[in-house]
Write a protein of this length. Structure first.
Length: 95
């Protein structure tokens, strides 16, 4: 078992493994989404994305859709972040 090698800025309100279990998404109460990647020496923070809603649930889409994370917010809305590999970043997409 490996541990996350960086400290969370705030307690995680939600967390979800990718279907392949090679990535982990966490979200704190401020809405910040963090994506960690499993590497040979443990988990490394790769992306930290600002959000504006309190997230209560996270879910990865199946691998055939690429990097795609859906987030359920406390206000009943759904947010979706999509990986943009060629830019090595993520973006929030309209639902």
């Amino acid at each position: 078992m490996s541990c996350i090698s960086s400290t969370l800025e705030a307690p995680a309100a939600a967390a979800a493994y990718s279907p392949s279990h090679t990535r982990l998404a966490t979200c704190d109460a401020s809405g910040r989404l963090c994506v960690y990647v499993r590497e040979s020496r443990g988990w490394t923070l790769k992306h930290s994305l600002a959000g504006d809603r309190k997230i209560t649930k996270l879910c990865w889409a199946p691998e055939e859709f690429g990097g795609l994370v859906a987030a359920g917010a406390a206000d009943g809305s759904v947010l979706v972040w999509q990986e943009v590999p060629e830019e090595q970043t993520w973006r929030q997409v309209p639902v």
